[in-house]
Design a protein around this ligand. Structure first.
Ligand code: EPU
Length: 412
């Protein structure tokens, strides 16, 4: 429940990156000895992954923002169906278990319903390394006699396929070259983690990655990078409420496209080494946004930016180039007086001077966060339902917002 209209003020600490952490936990299963992972976000996707690792025979010791994973006892290559089907990132267990056992069997991955989300590029990669794949009764099975390095060209730029192939190729025989790779900061973070475990990966962060297989990996200690999308979320929340918020513990370089777009709208962003201060002076200006893989404007930010555009002066266009189904949330926002229409992959948003609170249903993770921000910026009370979507990827969102002065509470 949100009582809107209060400008957010103060500082907010950014947690570790969800999309990095959900790959690093499975990556820890490649080692023979325990790894310690800190700056871990306290989110439900991580709880789910830890449960799956325990189920597979691994040991996890959880402390605040830290997990120790001991993979010695891992004795199964079949994560439980009901857990795996709940989250997208369970697909990283395929790469990790295939590397460990030359075999993996797992429910087809779930996650946010934001469009068709095939895993054909993952499968093409595993098969190039020598595996055979079958999909039956909702389970994907991948099996190889042994994994042998190969040259793989991805037909689409995919974060998941790039990381999954790094996992599978780390201990394959010989050299693997991945081309047309995703360059997101979390791809680099996972490569750094694997290299610290003894892997030989070069080029992560560029569109070509070279992996020379090694026999063994050992545990290591790793700090997860800050979450660029969580940081972007609080930047939008600050601007939408015309507040004054310092966002702490970030890597500004990872936020370049978000900083550029928000500055173009007239948001005032002061950049420091690891912090940003976000303020506004008057109504924001319209802009057009086209989502693209990194370093382009992230699809994960488009739903949040739509709230700012809904309140900006003029007509804006968002072109969604990554997920064709990522505009469902606009029907919910329209209940608040947002003026938007969708044609194919483009949303046209005509800014209004004010929006009003309404009962809403979160349709996915980022849409849920966008609805909270719309509620903070609106006149009156907004109720956001289905907040389990939000808990999958945002640590203590209502507590962080309360600290910034928001009138928001979690209602059972
Ligand atoms: N794609 C294919 N075939 C594949 C894989 C992807 O056609 O085998 C297509 C997808 O359909 C999409 C595009 O390629 O059109 C990019 O997909 P990608 O594989 O990069 O996305 P993902 O791995 O499924 C991750 C994040 C998403 C984020 C995208 C894009 C995780 C667990 N998820 O998904 O995060 O939107 O990359 O950056 O890392 C979120 O955090 O809200 C979220 C949805």
């Amino acid at each position: 429940m949100i009582n809107g209209g209060i400008p957010l003020k103060g500082t907010v600490e950014i947690s570790g990156a969800k999309n990095s952490a959900v790959a690093i936990l499975p990556a820890a299963l490649l080692a023979d000895t325990p790894s310690t992972i800190d700056n871990l976000p306290e989110i439900s996707d991580i709880e789910l992954l830890s449960k799956m690792i325990e189920y597979l025979g691994g040991k996890t010791i959880k402390k605040e923002h830290e997990i120790i994973i001991d993979p010695k006892g891992i004795n199964s290559f079949c994560p439980p169906h009901e857990l795996a089907s709940q989250m997208r990132a369970s697909y990283y267990l395929i790469g990790a278990l295939l590397s460990r056992f030359n075999e993996a069997a797992i429910a087809m991955p779930g996650g946010c319903n934001i469009g068709v989300r095939p895993i054909d590029q993952h499968i093409k990669g595993f098969e190039a390394l020598g595996a055979k794949t079958t999909i039956e009764h909702g389970i994907i099975k991948v099996k190889a006699d042994k994994l042998v390095g190969n040259h793989i060209y991805f037909d689409v730029v995919s974060v998941g396929a790039t990381i999954n192939l790094m996992l599978a190729a780390c201990k394959a025989e010989g050299t693997t070259i991945l081309e047309n790779c995703a360059k997101e900061p979390h791809v680099v973070d996972v490569a750094n983690f694997l290299n610290a475990m003894g892997a030989n990966i070069k080029g992560a962060g560029t569109d070509m990655i070279k992996i020379v297989g090694v026999d063994k990996l050992h545990g290591c200690k790793h700090t997860v990078i800050p979450d660029q999308i969580e940081a972007g979320t609080y930047m939008v929340a600050a601007a939408a409420t015309h507040g004054d918020v310092t966002i702490k513990g970030i890597i500004p370089k990872h936020l370049e496209s978000i900083i550029a777009k928000m500055s173009e709208m007239g948001v005032i962003i002061e950049e420091y080494d690891e912090d940003l201060r976000v303020t506004t002076a008057g109504r924001l200006k319209r802009v057009d946004i086209k989502t693209q893989p990194y370093p382009g404007f992230p699809t994960d930010m488009q739903q949040l930016m739509a709230v700012l555009l809904a309140l900006a002066d003029g007509v804006s266009m968002i072109t969604e180039n990554v997920y064709e189904g990522r505009f469902k949330y606009l029907d919910e926002l329209k209940k608040m007086g947002v003026n938007a229409k969708v044609e194919g992959r483009t949303a046209v948003i005509e800014g209004v001077e004010k929006i009003t609170g309404a009962p809403l249903k979160a349709t996915d993770l980022r849409a849920g966060a966008a609805m909270i921000i719309a509620g903070l910026a609106a006149n009156g009370v907004t109720e956001v339902k289905n907040i389990y979507h939000i808990d999958r990827g945002y640590e203590a969102i209502e507590k962080k917002l309360q600290k910034l002065g928001a009138d928001i509470k979690r209602v059972k």
